[in-house]
Design a protein around this ligand. Structure first.
Ligand SMILES: Cc1cc2nc3c(=O)[nH]c(=O)nc-3n(C[C@H](O)[C@H](O)[C@H](O)COP(=O)(O)OP(=O)(O)OC[C@H]3O[C@@H](n4cnc5c(N)ncnc54)[C@H](O)[C@@H]3O)c2cc1C
Ligand SMILES: NC(=O)c1ccc[n+]([C@@H]2O[C@H](COP(=O)([O-])OP(=O)(O)OC[C@H]3O[C@@H](n4cnc5c(N)ncnc54)[C@H](OP(=O)(O)O)[C@@H]3O)[C@@H](O)[C@H]2O)c1
Length: 253
């Protein structure tokens, strides 16, 4: 293994638990001596398959101060890595890139009254990591987490969300979106449409406004693109280090 894994960049972790939320969604909990990271960042995890290290980026779901490390993933059809990750058992070795990466972090987000976090599928992960830290609650009057999934069973982390709700009453809203079945509690739509037709703002009693709102978007690149375009049409701009704006994004593929 020494020849296929660069020990300067990768640390050997151990699987603590593979928790199945559904038959396609899993939390992989790992112990590994990684470098400190900021909530919202990702690392790479990998397995040696046929003498090759096969690795992919995964967001940290745990907050920086929490152990074990947690990664939330979906098995994609014919996905080379995810189909191996689901075969892991407690105690198995797993490679974790020591150094974190990524800029979907609160220190990149300008001051604002309201923070909207918009996610599809597994991309709720980095937002949970951020929400498990003290910083967002000190910085924003209201925080909204939108989680869009196909089926209601894919709304994982209900306990974490319920805890955030009870710890931050009046400051936190969770908005579930279930696109492929009717439920009594979720919007049945896509995120860009909910913004375009004003339903999200009416539901929250909150206006998306370039002077008061920051938006973080993560997940399906087509959702990221369409939602960004909707927000730009509403007068918001992409947030860049040299040119601060209101819309910060991360694509998962
Ligand atoms: C910055 C970053 C962070 C990421 N964080 C996560 C994470 O926390 N959890 C996670 O599950 N994935 C995450 N991904 C995607 C992940 O790296 C892999 O692509 C994914 O797990 C599939 O790996 P694979 O080898 O099985 O298939 P791949 O060959 O890597 O992917 C095959 C196809 O599956 C689809 N796909 C990939 N990832 C997803 C996904 N998450 N949800 C829906 N469809 C997908 C895409 O169409 C992709 O082209 C992230 C990607 C990036 C760039
Ligand atoms: N049983 C299974 O085998 C199974 C189950 C779930 C997932 N998967 C696989 O896992 C992968 C990921 O699925 P996923 O459901 O986590 O992710 P996803 O396809 O990105 O869907 C998550 C949410 O994003 C929405 N969305 C998709 N495209 C969008 C766009 N252009 N604009 C706005 N919203 C958009 C979806 O709405 P729509 O519903 O309207 O597309 C859904 O509400 C896929 O490869 C899938 O095949 C397999």
């Amino acid at each position: 293994m020494a020849e296929v894994v660069d020990r300067k960049r990768w640390c050997e972790g151990r699987v603590r638990e593979l928790h199945a939320w559904t038959d396609t969604l899993y939390s992989l909990r790992v112990d590994a001596p990684v470098q400190p990271f900021k909530a919202g960042q990702f690392t790479k995890i990998g397995l040696v398959i046929d003498d090759q290290l096969v690795s992919r980026p995964y967001s940290y779901v745990n907050a920086p101060q929490e152990v074990p490390l947690e990664f939330y993933f979906v098995t994609v059809p014919d996905g080379p890595l995810t189909h191996r990750l689901v075969q892991l058992s407690p105690g198995d070795p797993i490679e974790v890139m020591a150094k974190p990466a990524g800029f979907l972090t609160l220190d990149e987000i300008p001051a604002a009254a309201h923070l909207l976090m918009l996610s599809t599928g597994t991309a709720i992960g980095p937002f949970l990591s951020i929400l498990k830290t003290a910083q967002p609650w000190q910085r924003f009057e209201r925080i909204v987490l939108v989680h869009a999934v196909r089926l209601a069973a894919e709304l994982s982390f209900a306990d974490t969300i319920e805890r955030l709700r009870s710890e931050h009453p009046g400051q936190f809203d969770f908005v579930p979106v279930v696109s492929r079945e009717d439920t009594e509690f979720a919007f049945r739509a896509r995120i860009p449409a909910l913004i375009e037709d004003g339903r999200l703002e009416r539901h929250l009693g909150l206006e998306i406004d370039a002077t008061r709102t920051q938006v973080m978007i993560c997940g399906n690149p087509e959702m990221v693109k369409a939602t960004s375009a909707t927000l730009v049409a509403r007068g918001l701009t992409r947030n860049r280090r040299r040119e601060p704006g209101q819309v910060s994004v991360e694509n998962y593929w």
